[in-house]
Design a protein around this ligand. Structure first.
Ligand SMILES: *[C@@H]1O[C@H](CO)[C@@H](O)[C@H](O)[C@H]1NC(C)=O
Ligand SMILES: *[C@@H]1O[C@H](CO)[C@@H](O)[C@H](O)[C@H]1NC(C)=O
Length: 423
């Protein structure tokens, strides 16, 4: 086991291209790019980018581009280092919960014919709208079918527990933006989100691209990591501390995303009493490090301090999603822990009739599928509440194709390929 990890690691690194840090692909902390021609002539690329904004706005307003750009870099310097982090990596890619995708796909498919050009504030440099327009199929535009507060509530509700389990903190919704459609040539300059956009996710709803359009983030060592997304992928990220952007232009027709944001209430998910309230600062939100560079800025904008959520809601029953989440993200240790403490949670179906084994298959974690079967999940258990859905092998073939290890494994134990509604 250990040996195979050591062998696999260098191959992974090679596949991802050469390593580089901040201020290489695009200015992060400084406009003085320091990687020479490693990624091509990024200096000229950047100068053209800012010049594009100035030209678009004309001589009277061009200064606004420079001011916004200076703000972006200031914020990158000030905010991430001031944030409390709740995860070890700061980001993670999983498949979006089915109920979230169902709501988003429906909204997108129903309303994309009525998409509107997105309006950007004068001098904004977050996206190169002067070169490559962005469009919105907004979840809040009440002129669109099904849009409005109720849809937003449903989406927040459906996404919340996934991000809560990832961060280990109770969350409350703070913002939702999208569905934004980027077009050919789009660039998103790397930034940290304004507070209180703290615990967040990006979901790719649809795309038509010639090559993957990477989201660039920085790992805790400060190295760039490209995260690619397929429709239905969900990138969880600590958006207030993780600098994220898309500095390489989109090649293709479009890429449609939604951004869903929460802030921690300060209550750890498994807290049973209200003692955690004593730990909270009297003025600052729980996710800001007292005395850090962002506190002065935050205080100027929030002169009355942060509003605590008050006493915790009664402890929620979150047994059902436990095994599902661990299976979906490939958390082997958690699966083993649950097999001892709460074995039923490894086999229970969720509201959509999916068991953890289906999640593990969809995410492609062969080891987890094996563990679940070892602990009693039937190898051909079907999705749905009346056992009318797809078998694990059927899902594996659908999501990964014939050559995937999870398919090979399921075939090796004699699993059956039963499709939805088949008997
Ligand atoms: C990220 O993707 C870009 C564009 O494809 C590539 O030039 C760069 O080397 C990649 N970076 C990493 C860290 O893999
Ligand atoms: C949180 O993460 C950011 C980005 O990696 C880092 O700069 C910051 O120091 C971290 N916060 C703490 C309290 O360690």
């Amino acid at each position: 086991m250990i040996r195979s990890l050591l062998v696999a690691w260098p191959i992974l690194l090679l596949a991802q291209g050469e390593e580089y840090a901040t201020d290489c692909s695009f200015p992060i902390f400084s406009t003085d790019l320091k990687c020479g021609d490693k990624l091509g002539d990024r200096r000229t690329f950047y100068e053209d980018y800012i010049e594009g904004c100035r030209q678009y706005h004309g001589p009277q307003k061009a200064k606004r581009c420079d001011a916004t750009e200076a703000d972006r870099i200031d914020m990158n310097n000030r905010q991430p280092q001031s944030m409390v982090n709740y995860t070890s990596t700061g980001f993670m890619k999983i498949r979006a919960p089915k109920e979230v995708m169902a709501l988003l796909t429906r909204h997108w498919e129903t309303n994309k014919v009525n998409m509107k050009e997105e309006q950007w504030p004068v001098g904004s440099i977050y996206v190169n709208y002067w070169e490559s327009k962005t469009y919105m199929v907004s979840v809040e535009d009440t002129k669109l079918r099904g849009a409005g507060a109720t849809l937003k509530e449903k989406i927040w509700d459906a996404a919340k527990s996934t991000i809560e389990q990832w961060t280990g903190m109770e969350l409350k919704p703070t913002s939702m933006y999208g569905i934004r459609m980027y077009t050919d040539g789009a660039v998103l300059s790397p930034h940290a989100d304004r507070l209180p956009l703290v615990s967040s996710c990006i979901i790719n709803v649809d795309q038509d691209v010639d090559e993957p359009w990477p989201l660039e983030v920085y790992d805790r060592q400060g190295n760039a990591v490209n995260v690619t997304m397929e429709p239905g992928d969900m990138v969880l990220y600590e958006s207030g501390s993780l600098i994220h952007g898309r500095p390489f232009p989109l090649k293709g027709r479009f890429f449609a995303n939604i951004f869903i944001h929460f802030e921690p209430t300060g209550r750890p998910l498994y807290a049973t009493g209200d003692e955690y309230l004593d730990e909270l600062d009297d003025f600052l939100p729980p996710y800001l490090v007292p005395g850090s560079p962002e506190t002065a800025h935050w205080t100027a904008q929030n002169p009355h301090g942060w509003k605590k959520s008050g006493p915790a809601a009664p402890v929620k029953q979150i047994n059902a999603p436990k095994g599902h989440f661990a299976a979906a993200v490939g958390d082997v240790d958690r699966i083993i822990e649950l097999s001892e403490k709460d074995p039923l949670s490894l086999h229970r179906k969720d509201a959509n009739g999916w068991a953890p084994i289906h999640e593990a298959v969809r995410s492609g974690f062969t080891e987890i599928v094996g563990l679940l079967i070892e602990h009693g999940s039937p190898k051909d258990t079907r999705t749905g509440h009346a056992n009318e859905g797809a078998s694990p092998l059927n899902l594996a073939l659908m999501y990964h194709g014939e050559d995937h290890p999870v398919v090979e494994y399921l075939r090796s134990i004699g699993a059956l390929d039963i499709g939805e509604g088949e008997f």
